[in-house]
Design a binder for this molecule. Structure first.
Ligand code: SF4
Length: 444
C-alpha cells in the first residue's frame, strides 16, 4: 500500500514553490499526496517567518498535531522553511514540540529525501540547520500543483538587508542559477503546456550579478523572448533601487512578458525609506515610475506598502498617501509593520501603537480600494484576453486574469482551465471583473 504525505505551506510564493520541490522529492520516493493529516504518513510544515501571522499560524498548527502523533506512532512530522533557520529557533521548536521528527532549514531543502531516509533508518529525531548558504538547487524536479501557472526560481537569497526584513538572515546571500538552466526549465514548461511562467527571486533585477559571465536579468528576458509558443511571462519581486531601462526595454520587446511590474515602494517618505535602508528616495522612485511609463505607456504597476514603521509620523504617512495617489497603482499589498526578531527595525525606538497603525492602514486601504473600483469600471464593455486559471466552486464560475493581473469570473459549458479566452466584461464585483466568453483560443 502506498504511503501518503501532506504539506502545509505558509507565507510567500517562494515557499509555495519550495513545497512543490518537497512534493517532488516525496513523490519520487513513492509517496502520494493526500488531503488530510489523518490520512498522512508524513506531514510537512513549510514555515515562514517573514510575517508574524504566518509564523503564529504555523506554530498553532504544529501544536495541534500532537494528538494525532500520539495515535499514529509511525507518523513523521517535519518542519522546514525560514522559521527554523532563525537564531536558536530550531532548538526552541524541538523543546516546545518534542514529537516533531525532522527539523531542517532553508539551505538543505533539496536534501529532504536523504534526511527522511535517515529518520526512518535511525528512528531518531533529525535536526539539520546549516549556517552557510546552500547550493543552487538544480537536481530536484518539483511536483507542480498550480497548472497553468508555473514558478521558476532564478535566484535565491538577498543582499539588501532592509531594516525590517528577516530574509537575508534566513535565506543567505544572492545566488543565481545559470542562465542556460533557467532557459531549459522554462522551455520544458512551455513544451509541457504551462501557460504562465513566473520567475522568482527576492530581487530579480540583481539576477546574474554573482555569476560574472555576462548574465543579467535583461538578457534572461531577451532569451526567454526567443522561446516559441503562447505563454505569459511574469516575475517577482523587483527592488526599485535596481530596476534599469535595459530591463524595462527587454519587457517592452518581449511578446511573452506581461506589461505589468510589481515595484514595492514600502513608504512614500524619503525619511522612512532611509530608516528602512531601502537605498532610494521618494523622488528616485517616482522617476522610475516615469521611466517605466515612458517605455511602456500602459504598464500596470503594483506595489507593497508597510504602514506604521517605527518613527513614522502623520506627515510621513501623508507622503505615502500622496505617493499612492500620484502613481495610481493597479494594486497594492498593504501591511501593518510587525517587528521581526533579529532585525534592526525590531530594536528601534519609536514603535507605533497598534491603534495608530490600524487607523493608518484603514485609510490607505480605502484609498486603494476606491482606485481599484474605479479602474475595474473602465473595463466594462471591453473585451480582454484572460488566461483561465481555475474553476471557483463557491462562485460557480471560471476564474482567470488579464495581462495586467486583474481577476475575472465567467461561466462556460466546457472546461477552460489553461486556455486563453476572450471575455467581454459586462460588470464588476469590487476589484474583480464579471463577463461572458466571446471566444476560446484554439490549440495550435
Ligand atoms: S529586498 Fe529587502 S525586503 Fe526584499 S527580501 Fe531583500 S531584505 Fe527583504
Amino acid at each position: 500500500m502506498s504511503k501518503n504525505y501532506i504539506i502545509y505551506t505558509y507565507g510567500c510564493q517562494m515557499n509555495v514553490h519550495e513545497s512543490e520541490k518537497i512534493a517532488g522529492i516525496l513523490s519520487s520516493k513513492g509517496y502520494v499526496k493526500c488531503e488530510s493529516s489523518e490520512d498522512a504518513d508524513v506531514i510537512v510544515y513549510n514555515t515562514c517567518c517573514v510575517r508574524e501571522n504566518a509564523e503564529q499560524h504555523a506554530f498553532g498548527n504544529i501544536g495541534m498535531i500532537k494528538k494525532l502523533k500520539k495515535q499514529k506512532k509511525d507518523l513523521i512530522v517535519a518542519v522546514c522553511g525560514c522559521m527554523t533557520q532563525q537564531g536558536n529557533f530550531a532548538d526552541k521548536l524541538a523543546s516546545t514540540f518534542p514529537y516533531v521528527d525532522i527539523i531542517i532549514g532553508t539551505f538543505n531543502i533539496d536534501k529532504f529525501g536523504d534526511i527522511l531516509d535517515e529518520k526512518l533508518r535511525s528512528k531518531k529525531k533529525v535536526i539539520e540547520i546549516l549556517d552557510k548558504n546552500g547550493e543552487v538547487c538544480e537536481d530536484v524536479t518539483p511536483l507542480r500543483s498550480s497548472y497553468p501557472n508555473a514558478w521558476v526560481n532564478i535566484m535565491y537569497g538577498c543582499n539588501n538587508f532592509c531594516s525590517y526584513c528577516i530574509v537575508p538572515y534566513v535565506r543567505g546571500r544572492e545566488r543565481s542559477r545559470k542562465l542556460e538552466n533557467v532557459l531549459k526549465e522554462v522551455k520544458g514548461l512551455v513544451e509541457s503546456g504551462y501557460k504562465e511562467i513566473t520567475l522568482l527571486g527576492q530581487n530579480v533585477n540583481s539576477y546574474g550579478k554573482d555569476l560574472n559571465d555576462g548574465s543579467s536579468f535583461a538578457r534572461l528576458i531577451d532569451e526567454i523572448a526567443k522561446i516559441d509558443g503562447k505563454f505569459r511571462l511574469r516575475f517577482m519581486s523587483n527592488h526599485p533601487k535596481d530596476i534599469t531601462e535595459d530591463v524595462v526595454r527587454a519587457i517592452a520587446n518581449n511578446s511573452h512578458a506581461c506589461k505589468a511590474i510589481h515595484l514595492p515602494v514600502q513608504s512614500g517618505s524619503t525619511r522612512v525609506l532611509s530608516v528602512m535602508n531601502r537605498k532610494y528616495t521618494r523622488e528616485q522612485y517616482l522617476d522610475e515610475v516615469e521611466m517605466i511609463r515612458s517605455i511602456i505607456p500602459d504598464c500596470a504597476i503594483t506595489t507593497d506598502i508597510i504602514v506604521g514603521f517605527p518613527t513614522e509620523t502623520e506627515e510621513d504617512f501623508s507622503d505615502t498617501v500622496s505617493l499612492v495617489e500620484t502613481v495610481g497603482y493597479d494594486g497594492a499589498f498593504t501591511f501593518v509593520y510587525s517587528p521581526r526578531e533579529g532585525t534592526k527595525a525590531a530594536e528601534m525606538d519609536g514603535q507605533i501603537s497598534p491603534e495608530v497603525k490600524k487607523d493608518r492602514i484603514m485609510r490607505l486601504v480605502d484609498i486603494q480600494n476606491e482606485r481599484n473600483r474605479v479602474d475595474s469600471l473602465k473595463y466594462v464593455g471591453k473585451t480582454v484576453e484572460i488566461l483561465v486559471e481555475d474553476y471557483d466552486k463557491k462562485k460557480n464560475a471560471y476564474m482567470g486574469r488579464d495581462e495586467r493581473g486583474r481577476m475575472a469570473y465567467f461561466s462556460f459549458s466546457k472546461n477552460l482551465v489553461g486556455k486563453f479566452v476572450q471575455v467581454e466584461i459586462t460588470s464588476t464585483g469590487g476589484m474583480s471583473l464579471l463577463g461572458r466568453v466571446v471566444s476560446v483560443e484554439e490549440e495550435r
